[in-house]
Design a protein around this ligand. Structure first.
Ligand SMILES: Cc1cc2nc3c(=O)[nH]c(=O)nc-3n(C[C@H](O)[C@H](O)[C@H](O)COP(=O)(O)OP(=O)(O)OC[C@H]3O[C@@H](n4cnc5c(N)ncnc54)[C@H](O)[C@@H]3O)c2cc1C
Length: 194
């Protein structure tokens, strides 16, 4: 399998699903990374179950305010079963299969399923510098913390003196050209050697 992707979407909640579907529809090679269930919070623990639970008690309250109607009983067991059906019994097998049919793939990084995944919280409160790290995503968070992890593990240079004096940064230069050389000199390879 080729290791090249046009896009890697991290998180398959409503936001990630919308992004992945549009990218796939546009013919791009997409990796969709989800650590729990495809559909995210909304499909399993938020919008869908809460609306499913709310509607029957809302309808019962409305009925109790209408002349000529008795208040219906709440069939809790029936509602609970319906809620479980609505949240797919917390099973996203069908969703995974559907994405695979559309061509989404997992990044073929050996062992990805077995390693701990850090977010910004773990990275900013770390107590030990990990010997290796793979940064997925190049947002401000990934760039900042990737720089930190790469530089924290790198040995300090033994030769500090530059043969040529460094040019002072040009404050008028566009941000991209000002930052690119600095970033490329500290790019984190997929596996950072200790
Ligand atoms: C009780 C309740 C009711 C709600 N009702 C509504 C409603 O009626 N209508 C509405 O529009 N909104 C509602 N919301 C809000 C809605 O749930 C959120 O706005 C929506 O889920 C946000 O979608 P998202 O894709 O941004 O994030 P999420 O749904 O949180 O999805 C993010 C996904 O990313 C995954 N993920 C995160 N980090 C990583 C990682 N490092 N690696 C891999 N995967 C990762 C997570 O597992 C998750 O599946 C409700 C929320 C609650 C709590």
């Amino acid at each position: 399998m080729s290791t090249g992707f046009d896009a890697i979407v991290i998180g398959a909640g409503p936001g990630g699903e919308a992004a992945a579907s549009r990218l796939l529809a546009g013919g791009l090679r997409v990796a969709l990374i989800e650590r729990e269930l495809i559909g995210g919070e909304c499909a399993y623990w938020a919008c869908i179950p809460s609306k499913t639970l709310l509607r029957p008690v809302e309808a019962r309250a409305e009925a109790s305010n209408v002349a000529g109607l008795s208040t219906p009983d709440l069939d809790w067991a029936g509602l609970r079963d319906y809620r479980d059906w609505m949240i797919r019994h917390l099973d996203d097998t069908a969703q995974v299969a559907d994405y695979q049919k559309q061509g989404a793939t997992r990044p073929p990084i050996a062992g990805l399923d077995q390693v701990p995944v850090w977010t910004n919280r773990e990275a900013t409160t770390l107590r030990e510098i990990p010997p290796r790290a793979v940064m997925i995503g190049g947002s401000a968070v990934g760039v900042e913390l990737g720089q930190f992890l790469a530089r924290a593990r790198r040995r300090p240079p033994t030769q500090r003196r530059h043969r040529h004096p460094r040019r002072p940064p040009d404050p008028g230069a566009p941000a991209r050209t000002a930052t690119t050389p600095w970033l490329s000199s500290t790019t984190v390879p997929p596996s950072v050697p200790t």
